[in-house]
Design a protein around this ligand. Structure first.
Ligand SMILES: Nc1nc2c(c(=O)[nH]1)N[C@H]1C(S)=C(S)[C@@H](COP(=O)(O)O)O[C@H]1N2
Ligand SMILES: [Mo]
Length: 318
């Protein structure tokens, strides 16, 4: 977001290669068992397309039509893979999403390292259709698969001193070329990627610990094997490929806040009345659409989350 060429690139400009890789990934997933010797190659180069069963949530479901799978998997921000929108779909194959553990620690009575498979069995998975609004001025509608982060948090029993939750993405330059200091598209961000929420935000029923989308496990470029999704905040609050969840007393410093504190606040609630210093946030372009549409307060989730911020000055705490 710091080194953007410009904030809103048309989906028609997505590279042919990105689209090609994504389609091939989809096909390769279904055909993998019959591919014989070439299977290893296919597996190494393409994200998994393994189905993930989930019950559609009747409550958490916006009516807007979902974004095309091809767009949601080729137009990505995941700076660990590079700064271009197509980079995550091209370099994402390097990520090894298994084995994977998430360490839940800090100010809680029952800290624990969860294996991914244990997490997947913890609570029944739901499919929820959420809006995703990027701070850059575009948006998508994505059918995510996961369970409320609150279900995990309650199990580890945060203590009375826990006021914030910090999320940390995997640090491994061998899997994430964007974390290498010598890369041409080096983003100047501090690694590992860190994000944070207030404890009550993390416990809110909308906050989803996410393992899949569009009926399948998360493609690598979308944050495999596990990420957070916080639909009323700008997309960068939803950290991908997380390995640690930590309870702390002090507000954690986040990657984007460190990079540009006047541009990316800790709260980063979607707010059409508070502009980014370099562009308006009043409207957005839904990927796949031509015209811009008005951005909704809290990304359309005001009824559910506005009370979290009662009495706060949202210009100051942006
Ligand atoms: N670790 C990590 N998480 C990240 C990012 C990133 O660069 N690194 N980009 C964020 C931004 S800016 C957005 S808009 C969303 C995009 O999620 P999607 O690619 O699944 O649509 O992921 C967020 N999570
Ligand atoms: Mo974003």
């Amino acid at each position: 977001m710091l080194i953007k060429r410009r904030p809103d690139i048309a989906s028609s400009e997505i590279t042919a290669r990105g689209l090609y890789l994504s389609r091939r990934a989809f096909i390769a997933g279904g055909a993998a068992l019959t591919l014989g010797p070439s299977r290893a190659t296919a597996a190494a180069e393409t994200p998994p397309a393994e189905p993930l069963a989930a019950k559609p949530s009747p409550t958490f479901r916006v009516d807007d039509p979902p974004t095309k799978f091809e767009s949601a998997t080729t137009y990505n921000n995941f700076y660990e893979f590079g700064v271009d929108k197509a980079d995550p779909s091209i370099y994402g194959a390097r990520l090894r999403p298994r084995p994977w553990t998430v360490r839940v620690e800090g100010l809680c009575a029952r800290p624990k390292t969860y294996d991914l498979d244990e997490l997947l069995r913890l609570v029944p998975l739901e499919e929820r259709v959420y809006r995703l609004r990027c701070v850059e001025g575009w948006s998508m509608v994505i059918p995510w698969i996961g369970f409320p982060l609150a279900s995990l948090i309650k199990r580890v029993e945060p203590t009375g001193k826990a006021r914030f939750v910090e999320f940390t993405t995997l640090y491994d330059p061998a899997q994430f070329p964007g974390q290498k200091k010598n890369l041409i598209s080096f983003s100047s961000l501090e690694w590992p990627y860190a994000e944070g929420l207030r404890l009550d935000e993390a416990l809110h029923p909308l906050t989803l610990l996410t393992f899949g989308m569009y009926g399948h496990v998360l493609p690598h470029q979308n944050g495999a094997p596990v990420r957070v999704v916080v639909p009323w905040k700008y997309g960068f609050k939803s950290a991908k490929s997380i390995v640690r969840i930590r309870f702390v007393t002090e507000r954690p410093r986040t990657t984007w806040e460190k990079a540009a504190p006047n541009e990316y606040g800790f709260y980063s609630n979607v707010n059409p009345t508070v502009d980014h210093p370099r562009w308006s946030q009043a409207t957005e372009r839904r990927i796949g659409d031509f015209r811009r549409r008005p951005t909704l307060m809290f990304n359309g989730y005001a009824d559910q989350v506005a009370s979290l911020y009662a009495g706060m000055d949202l210009r100051k705490d942006f």
